[in-house]
Ligand binder design. Structure first.
Ligand code: SF4
Length: 371
């Protein structure tokens, strides 16, 4: 069993490149796994398909496919890698996928689950799913019955809001959050700010003195420098969403501790899922580590990597340049490359057209809930 590290967990849309890893989880989880071509069909040809993966330290550890048809979200398959089960990962990916489906117009959700999978049924009941039927001897491997479950009001799991409302709700939650000790040193929490549909998110470390006073991110000297750096790259600060990995000020501007990063990560994940940016610019090593675990900022600054269906660019934190004068030209040079990197990212995303599959998906029913 491997431990889940929520501070480095990324839940994102599935891509064609993820298919081998997703297929492996499927094979390890089900006695009737889908063939790889079925996942390829879902990712490249099925217009109602929405694939999600959970990734930790570069490894895909859970997957989910949901079909969104009109106002109905049908969970087609969901599974967690056997090494990461019983840590709530299935629940996390389910909530993100249903929340985004709700933003895309879903009002109801449906799924089927093996009659013997009582743990999964209990979890679905917890979120308001009700049993609506039973299909006798549905599963071909052991003739087990399928339990049909439905959630008539998707709003009940908090997915009723659009991106603006979701971000506002998260801001309210963090203002009263006491999940880690940082709530003791905050004057005002700093949830982050910017357009709810920003294509670019800048993610820094944590609020400093001025941010703590004003409840807004990057408003001190480092913030002014960030505004300058963005302007140099042809961007207005108001066009990008800006936030931090922890929402409350660490005392004396110390580094956030692992348990604080873990506690606060859920808010950041929900913000990223709501905004769904094309590009994430990490400012400093803590947000960089989320996407490039083990990397050294001195080695990867200014570099862009594709992570799933978005790009991540690692940058030094603007405050670092203010503390260490020799870094200023380096960070300015990195930001000067931003227009070119953004063009590359946009072009890659535009042209990452689905790979055509030459095979049809099988229509085998899937059992659910290998959490
Ligand atoms: S830093 Fe995050 S987890 Fe900790 S109290 Fe603030 S909002 Fe809650």
């Amino acid at each position: 069993m491997n431990s889940l590290d929520p501070s480095t967990l990324v839940i994102r849309r599935m891509t064609v490149e993820d298919i081998p890893a997703v297929h492996e989880i499927d094979t390890l989880s089900f006695s009737l796994p889908w063939p790889e071509r079925s996942f390829r069909f879902e990712m490249t040809e099925n217009p109602v398909s929405r694939g999600w993966v959970a990734e930790q330290a570069g490894q895909i550890i859970a997957m989910l496919i949901l079909w969104l048809a009109a106002d109905e979200a049908h969970i087609a398959t969901i599974a967690t890698h056997p090494n990461y089960r019983r840590q709530g990962l299935g629940e996390k990916i389910l909530l993100v996928a249903l929340g985004v489906a709700r933003q895309e117009g879903a009002r109801r959700a449906f799924l089927e689950v093996r009659a013997g999978n009582l743990a999964a049924q209990a979890m679905y009941h917890k979120y308001g799913f009700a049993v609506t039927g039973r299909r006798p001897r549905y599963y071909r491997d052991n003739a087990e019955d399928a339990i049909l479950m439905a959630l008539d009001e998707l709003d009940r799991i908090g997915g009723s809001m659009n991106a603006e409302e979701t971000l506002a709700m998260i801001a309210k939650e963090v203002s009263v959050c006491e999940k880690c000790v940082l709530h003791r040193s905050r004057k005002l929490s700093v949830p982050g700010e910017g357009p709810a549909h920003a294509e670019i998110m800048c993610i820094g470390e944590g609020p400093g003195f001025h941010e703590n006073e004003q409840g807004r991110p990057f408003v001190g000297a480092a913030g002014n420098f960030l505004t300058e750096l963005l302007a140099q790259a042809g961007m207005k600060r108001e066009e990008v969403w800006i936030g931090n990995v922890v929402k409350c000020r660490p005392p004396g501007n110390r580094d956030p501790l692992p348990e604080e990063l873990t506690a606060c990560n859920e808010y950041l994940e929900r913000q990223i899922a709501a905004i769904d940016p094309k590009i994430i610019i990490t400012l400093g090593r803590f947000s960089m580590s989320k996407y490039m675990p083990g990397a050294k900022i001195s080695a990867v600054h200014g570099q862009m990597r594709r992570i799933g269906d978005r790009f991540v660019i690692a940058m030094f934190h603007p405050a670092a340049a203010l503390h260490q004068a020799s870094l200023k030209p380096v960070i300015m040079k990195d930001f000067a490359q931003l227009p070119g990197l953004l063009e590359q990212a946009n072009s890659a995303l535009k042209h990452s057209a689905p790979v055509l599959a030459d095979e049809k998906a099988q229509d085998d029913p899937k059992q659910l809930s290998m959490f």
